[in-house]
Design a binder for this molecule. Structure first.
Ligand code: A3P
Length: 290
């Protein structure tokens, strides 16, 4: 069953979401396209960026695209053109290999044949507090959510998973389980924070995972071409608010959450995260500052 639902935040403002059999998605997605993910035609040379929203998906998509194509020209197109739950398979099937696909869905929402096809997965993580702040602005700016709430009222929507793609913690646990159960699956975990700290080191790690092994000079060019400023200047106009503000290239920093969270909100967030991530056993923990 699919319907548009409008959960309320603490102040009574609503956010529009697509509820598809109990899972939440952006309200403008097509239920049939999402359902078709269960029979998605993966290819062995596909690379799939898997990430919760607002964790730097545009950034890592562009980097991956450059590494695979050996070209550092910043393409004005956006990763949405290769987004599995947004584009129909009729659109994605004709794309030439190697495709750099991307998705925010849970592992159970993907075609299980992926396990046999063994396309490569780049799993991107970001500190969940920065993700929350970034998602708040995303929901405010994109008109389809029809959301006008304050940050204070929004936070509980995020923490209780009443946002598209559900709870960030459930998402991380889902993928953590996948990684634990399929230790030999070709998957690399990248984090927004590591990429910020040392882009060349991290891009080198990704290049090796993709069997490219490019030299330092090329890796530096990729890092420069994909800097926040260069990407915002080149691609920021693709998605603008009615007021002309860029939507996907907001601040691009680590730790912006400190400008938004009150002490009480921070304590509350940590408590929820501690329960939800209690037995999480690997470095996903680090990304939520527990
Ligand atoms: P902020 O809202 O904190 O600025 P996604 O691509 O998954 O939607 O994530 C969006 C977040 O990544 C936004 O975070 C955006 O500014 C940031 N971002 C986009 N391109 C970036 C880049 N080249 N370098 C660093 N951060 C980037």
């Amino acid at each position: 069953m699919s319907e548009i639902i409008k959960p309320e935040d603490k102040g009574g403002e609503t956010i529009s979401l697509l509820d598809l059999d109990g899972d939440y998605f952006p309200p403008d997605l097509q239920p049939d396209v999402i359902r078709d993910l269960m029979k998605f035609n993966f290819r062995p040379d596909d690379v799939i960026i898997c990430s919760y929203p607002k964790t730097g998906c545009h950034w890592i998509w562009e980097i991956t695209r450059m590494l695979l194509s050996d070209c550092t020209e910043l393409d004005p197109t956006e990763k949405e053109l290769c987004m599995m739950e947004w584009q129909s398979q009729d659109t994605l099937d004709p794309l030439p290999s190697p495709r750099v696909l991307n998705t925010h869905v849970l592992t159970r929402q993907m075609n299980p044949k992926l396990l046999n096809v063994r396309s490569k997965i780049v799993f991107m993580l970001r500190n969940a507090k920065d993700t929350a702040v970034s998602f708040y602005h995303h929901h405010l700016k994109l008109p389809e959510y029809e959301y006008k709430g304050s940050w204070a009222d929004y936070l509980d929507l995020f923490l209780t998973g009443k946002v598209d793609y559900g709870s960030v913690f459930d998402y991380m646990r889902d993928w953590e389980r996948f990684i634990e159960h399929h230790p030999d699956f070709p998957l690399i975990v990248m984090t927004y924070e590591d990429l910020k700290e040392d882009p060349v080191r991290e891009i080198d790690r990704l290049s090796q995972f993709l069997n490219k092994r490019q030299d330092r000079d090329f890796l530096q060019k990729v890092a420069d071409a994909c800097s926040f400023k260069r990407m915002r200047d080149r691609k920021g106009h693709n998605w603008l608010t009615n007021g002309g503000e860029t939507i996907f290239y907001r601040k691009g920093e680590v730790g912006d959450w400190k400008n938004w969270f009150t002490v009480a909100q921070n304590e509350h967030f940590d408590k929820v995260a501690q329960v939800k991530m209690a037995s999480s056993c690997f470095r996903l923990k680090e990304t939520i500052d527990l």
